[in-house]
Design a protein. Structure first.
Length: 316
């Protein structure tokens, strides 16, 4: 009994600490993810925060989402960031995104031009579960916003009708600057004039000790390969194999825009010894092989499906 009581007190203390942080970051209109580094309103941060508020402060939960929904574009897009004009030092800010060049962008709010995962319906559902009909007016308002948001995703972000949302930027996945994007980004070939001038602002607001350096970044990438090798050794006595598949440039909808840029396509193909892009079937067939008994003696390997592109050190 004493152990259970101690755990309950610890949980209560954690809840109170979490509430205190939310109170500290509350601006009166929305909650800042981090007052120094992230002072603006982030789309899915606010949705998840609203779920927390729904448990003890419905009014604030509604206000959090209303502030975000009021920045929705006329085509239904719900922006990743709603900028607070009081914080002009943040990068990349409104002048970098140039979202106001779109006829769909709101006139009364500054926003980015990309999106984040659509978890907002879940946040509205949490408010309904907590308040029921007491939140009826807000629920009607939120439904109209959510309908436009999801229609945008179906209409503009699923061009092939696959039921999968197409993302235009790694940040839209919610996985930000993860190493999983490295091989994809390395297939983008931009000329110097295509890269806008910029200066990182986080180097001025966050200590270098709190920012990742190249060492842990590369260690993370290498860690995935080493994990696979370790699993291969540890699972071998059980006749279980472990391998990695490392695709290169593959003909997928993601790379389709390259067809409209012959110079970029030519530069990409020049880095591939076989002189062509791979096909999804090639990756799938390798996966089928590794999952079959025919590969029972293959383990601990990283298998590249890249037409020889691995010869370039940048793809390692």
């Amino acid at each position: 009994m004493s152990t259970d009581g101690s755990s309950e007190r610890e949980n209560e203390a954690l809840v109170e600490q979490a509430k205190a942080i939310l109170d500290l970051n509350w601006t009166g209109e929305y909650t800042q993810p981090g007052p120094r580094l992230y002072p603006h309103q982030w789309s899915w941060d606010s949705a998840l925060i609203a779920i927390a508020y729904a448990h003890y402060d419905r009014e604030r939960a509604e206000k959090e989402l209303r502030h975000l929904f009021e920045a929705q574009w006329t085509n239904g897009l719900l922006p990743q960031i709603v900028f607070n004009p009081r914080f002009r030092d943040y990068f990349p800010g409104p002048s970098f995104w140039n979202a106001d060049e779109s006829p769909h962008a709101p006139k009364h709010k500054e926003t980015s031009g990309v999106v984040l995962p659509p978890v907002h319906a879940t946040a509205v559902l949490a408010i309904y579960k907590a308040a029921g009909d007491e939140a009826k007016e807000f629920l009607g308002y939120a439904f109209r916003k959510l309908k436009a948001w999801h229609e945008y995703l179906y209409r503009d972000r699923d061009p092939l009708g696959e039921g999968l949302v197409y993302i235009r930027h790694p940040w839209e996945s919610g996985m930000d600057n993860s190493p999983i994007w490295d091989q994809i980004m390395q297939r983008m070939h931009l000329r110097a004039g295509q890269i806008p001038q910029y200066k990182r602002a986080d180097t001025n607001t966050v200590s270098a000790q709190d920012r990742p350096t190249s060492a842990p970044y590369c260690a993370t990438k290498g860690g995935v390969r080493m994990l696979m090798r370790t699993l291969a050794v540890e699972l071998a006595p059980h006749a279980i194999t472990a391998n990695n598949i490392a695709p290169g440039a593959i003909e997928t909808p993601m790379d389709a825009p390259l067809e409209e840029h012959p110079d970029q396509m030519k530069e990409l193909l020049s880095e591939i010894p076989l002189g062509r892009m791979g096909k999804p079937e090639g990756v799938a067939n390798l996966a089928l092989f590794l999952a079959s008994d025919d590969s029972s003696y293959v383990t601990g390997s990283t298998l590249f499906v890249d037409g020889g592109m691995i010869r370039h050190a940048g793809t390692l």
